[in-house]
Design a protein around this ligand. Sequence first.
Ligand code: NAD
Ligand code: NAG
Length: 353
Amino acid sequence: MRRLAVENLNGNGRIMTETKEYSATQKVQRIMYSIYRTLHKIALRIVTGILDLIVILWLSFYYMAEAFILMFIPLSLRTLKSLRGRTILVTGGAGGVGQELVTRLVKYKAKVIVWDVNEKAMAKLKEKVEQDGYKIHTYAVDLSDREMIYKYADIVKDEVGTVDILINNAGIVCGQPFLDIPDYMIEKTYKVNTLSCYWTAKAFLPTMIKHGSGHIVTIGSLTGLLGAHSCTDYSGSKYATIGFHESLWTELKTKKYSAINLTMVAPYFINTGMFEGCKPTYSPMLEPKVVAKRTILAIRREEFFCSVPASSLYILGLKNYLPTKLNWLLQYRVLRLPQAMKTMRKFQEPQAA
Ligand SMILES: NC(=O)c1ccc[n+]([C@@H]2O[C@H](COP(=O)([O-])OP(=O)(O)OC[C@H]3O[C@@H](n4cnc5c(N)ncnc54)[C@H](O)[C@@H]3O)[C@@H](O)[C@H]2O)c1
Ligand SMILES: *[C@@H]1O[C@H](CO)[C@@H](O)[C@H](O)[C@H]1NC(C)=O
């Protein structure tokens, strides 16, 4: 049986048997050679490893120093992305933060497009913007409807032009304990908050890549970094936007499409009515205009991740290092988030708006 293993068929189909015999010196030579090859490989790995380490240490130092120095350079001295003449699409642009974004963006001489399901609020916003002497393009689009998103993406391309900056801002929340949320609402929250980001990016990213520039902005939430009470639908959907944002970024980076910018904005509670009735005790709700201003700055600075307020990112980061019991203590006794959520408005069957 052992012989069979080294038997070969030669061209004539006859069985040939390989019989190789090594002399003692040849055997030693072979062993010496394989030791040499192994050592050579190890040495090469050590040298390239050390070189890699030096480069990575140097770049780490350089990037840290760059970020540190930038903190002290006033905005007036920095080159910020210009918004003049850019075509900017704001989803949910008729609502709290969206409206504040729109009314500010037009002042930068940007061409602003609004997609919202609330036609009344959108018409009112258009009127207000026009009274101020500006112009916006409004479209009644339901972001929970994929086909509608694709259809209106084509319409926008024809009627207004290429979208340079896409701001995925629309969002909804049910705000009830898990078992009280109707199934269809859980689906709807994911459709509006998460899936619409996929469909809009699919619709507008190819042209951005073709033109070699573009910017996709996602309005996430701090609940996308820490699950909150009565937010099983919302928190989950916002966590997903962060995963989407980060993954897409790595793809654009590896494909060397670094001319496409991605920005995630993750705010604390905002006083827009979305979380009406909530009484956060840790700090008061943010005003929508503060979040809009910070978002525009993040876009102009081409920031990758921006939490509002900035400190929240570090506070929430603690959860990764602290024991779970302590995490709960801090959430319940210090942040008092579960208590704050208990007073949230009762869920009502959503109307068209
Ligand atoms: N309000 C907060 O406390 C808070 C906190 C963190 C993050 N955010 C996020 O900020 C963003 C803006 O929220 P907001 O507070 O301005 O809310 P908002 O309710 O005031 O505005 C949301 C807008 O989205 C629109 N919209 C809802 N469903 C839609 C659909 N199916 N199709 C099209 N448009 C739809 C609404 O009509 C509204 O104009 C959201 O993504 C939200 O999740 C809000
Ligand atoms: C943003 O895009 C521009 C080109 O459009 C590019 O030069 C720049 O490096 C990008 N910024 C980031 C932070 O990726």
